[in-house]
Design a protein around this ligand. Sequence first.
Ligand code: C5P
Length: 224
Amino acid sequence: MSNPVYLALDIPQLEPAKALLTKVKSHIGGVKLGLEFFCAHGSHGVHEIAHLGLPIFLDLKFHDIPNTVAAAMQAIHVYQPAIVTVHAAGGRAMMEDAKAAAAAGTKVVAVTMLTSLDTNDLTATGVYGSAETQVMRLAELAHAAGLDGIVCSGQEVGMVKKAWKDGYFVVPGLRPAGGGTGDQKRVVTPRQARDNGASVLVIGRPISRAEDPVAAARAIEATL
Ligand code: C5P
């Protein structure tokens, strides 16, 4: 089985990001590049990272009218991303068109509800009911739209997998046993998330901010 760990490369400068990746690359399965990275380093940055040979997860969270999202999806074929994110709240037609426009080898996964939002935030946008109800509703919509899976927490993945058996589940917010949790609240270990059904484990600071990132990545790999 290939290594499910994708390193979240949340490092503002390109050269240190490349240096870190070069060091740890044989102990991870891929690399996640987010909006900050893409806005700061653009196409050049993505190509530089891609040259290091790992699968790329472009976490750009597309959310716009179907035509625009489909065109953006076409525009990123050039990077041959392994995984791309869209917002489920963009609606069924947007997700269908996103999937149709994605390259054959690209998994398109939906963000349901940002973990920075709570029930009050939902109410303020006119969405009544619990956060959990909203997550399940959007997960079902993503499934119906033909997406490959969703982004969810290590605690939710077991529940979602029951309803979506062959779904592709991307799980962030992971912390190795014994490590600090930082600003992440509902954390599980990489091994627990994998056992609960995660397909991809997104891990950032436990590797990137470790005193010895190679040892940290190795230790995580050994638990899986
Ligand atoms: O450093 P850490 O392991 O917390 O990084 C996790 C990565 O996953 C970051 O890029 C963060 O933005 C992302 N993420 C998250 N929690 C979510 C969704 C995405 O931590 N619910």
